[in-house]
Design a protein around this ligand. Structure first.
Ligand SMILES: Nc1nc2c(ncn2[C@@H]2O[C@H](COP(=O)(O)OP(=O)(O)OP(=O)(O)O)[C@@H](O)[C@H]2O)c(=O)[nH]1
Ligand SMILES: [Mg+2]
Length: 205
């Protein structure tokens, strides 16, 4: 008889904690070996991609965080338990950079996503306090068009009351009825655990 033991959070935590920074790339020809599945984090600059990565790996400084938008300008690869990669993408839609730089980042992200056979899932982060921005809409439509699986992660929910979060969640559920909406805060252990479990199940499936 096969008994299925539920995998506990402490196991998942130590699994994700076995993360090492591999490299930063500026050209998709530089993607690292070995050939492992990839889970990428995308979203507007300053939305909390790097903070989320630190939170779910329980490694405070593995990805660089800044209160100044535009911190992550390269595609950063992290290898998790020698099983898959987390990929921290540069933020899009930041108003403070030149059009030339914006175009450069856009092209880099596009090149990363198109024809990437290792890409399994994109966590598309949006700030829970705000409505969807036009750059988010463009990004999600484009992922739909390319048929790339993605989930919406609502960040910084610690800044909202329970009622506000319920309202924002409903708002996003209406826009994205076919996608998982996952509330998140790197200050809330229960939400870190929930996202960890979701990604863990996803990579195991
Ligand atoms: N209160 C709160 N602040 C957060 C949370 N996540 C991120 N922040 C803050 O938001 C700011 C931006 O966080 P980053 O993780 O650097 O954002 P990013 O999306 O990686 O930004 P870029 O690299 O510029 O694209 C920092 O000041 C973080 O401390 C959160 O869950 N709650
Ligand atoms: Mg970043």
């Amino acid at each position: 008889m096969i008994v299925d033991f539920p995998v506990g959070f402490s196991f998942m935590k130590s699994y994700f904690n076995q993360t090492r920074f591999v490299k930063s790339i500026t050209d998709v020809n530089e993607i690292p070996h070995p050939n492992l599945p990839e889970i990428a984090f995308a979203g507007r600059s300053n939305v909390g991609k790097s903070s989320l990565l630190n939170a779910i790996t329980h490694r405070k400084h593995i990805a660089k965080i800044s209160s100044k938008p535009g911190k992550t300008r390269l595609i950063n690869y992290f290898e998790v338990s020698e099983s898959f990669y987390f990929v921290d993408l540069p933020g899009y839609g930041y108003a403070g950079v030149s059009n030339k730089d914006k175009e450069k980042w856009k092209r880099l992200i596009e090149a990363y996503i198109v024809n990437n056979k290792r890409l399994r899932l994109i966590c598309l982060l949006m700030d829970s306090r705000h409505e969807m921005q036009s750059s988010d809409e463009q990004m999600s439509r484009w992922l739909d068009f390319l048929n790339i699986p993605y989930v919406i992660v609502l960040t910084k929910t610690d800044k909202l009351s329970g009622n506000q979060l319920t309202k924002q969640r409903k708002y996003y559920e209406q826009i994205y009825p076919d996608h998982h909406i996952i509330p998140f805060s790197c200050k809330k252990e229960a939400m870190i655990a929930e996202l960890t479990a979701f990604i863990f199940d996803y990579v195991q499936a």
